[in-house]
Design a protein around this ligand. Sequence first.
Ligand SMILES: Cc1cc2nc3c(=O)[nH]c(=O)nc-3n(C[C@H](O)[C@H](O)[C@H](O)COP(=O)(O)O)c2cc1C
Length: 217
Amino acid sequence: MNDGRTREPVRVLVFSASLRTESLNSRLAQLAAATVEANGGDVDLASMAEFDAPSYDADVQSSDGFPAGAEEFRRRLELADAFVVASPEYNASLPGPLKNAIDWVSRFRPQPFNERHGLLVSASPSMVGGNRGLWALRIPFEHLGARLYPDMFSLAQAHKAFGTDGRISNEQLQERFEANVANFMDLVEASKHYPCIKRAWVEYLGEHPDPVLDRVE
Ligand SMILES: Cc1cc2nc3c(=O)[nH]c(=O)nc-3n(C[C@H](O)[C@H](O)[C@H](O)COP(=O)(O)O)c2cc1C
């Protein structure tokens, strides 16, 4: 957590990769946005509908250029220091519209995912919360040079997990989510504003010293 101290400016694009109106991932994205703000960050909350595009076709790119959704995704990424994606898991992988959007944006030069920090979260009614989808999503992002935060958050039984206030009802899980977002932001802030200590932060995955986690040898 930010512990009330002043944070150097960090701007985070937050979006849900679901097109569904009642999306559980959109609820998780809203919670992520609120958590970024509570930790002193600036949020740009987007929706997948803004980044949606026709199936990638190199002929269409040659004849017509980029679709509006891809232009918008690139524009919003370039305004941000980092991004948070709340992504559904479809068939143990990432949803097609998200992969398609990534494919379109990957054709821009400079390629906007390169060296941009990212945090992946998911929500699903299943018992594993869509976590397999996040591992699949790491592949295109890491291939494109995004600096993905090692820790990820997956909300299991998400259809029953949210309270009417939009928070996760289970307090331990809510705290775990907040810590995940805050630790990610610490790393983004360090990377942007204090490059001299970046190595130490990356080595320790942005975690604060904790006797439970510290090495004993
Ligand atoms: C095509 C399709 C495939 C799905 N595959 C999985 C899956 O592999 N694992 C899983 O946990 N949920 C799966 N689901 C269920 C989704 O997790 C669930 O519909 C979820 O609510 C979608 O996210 P959203 O609420 O943000 O739209 C699938 C849903 C669809 C439509």
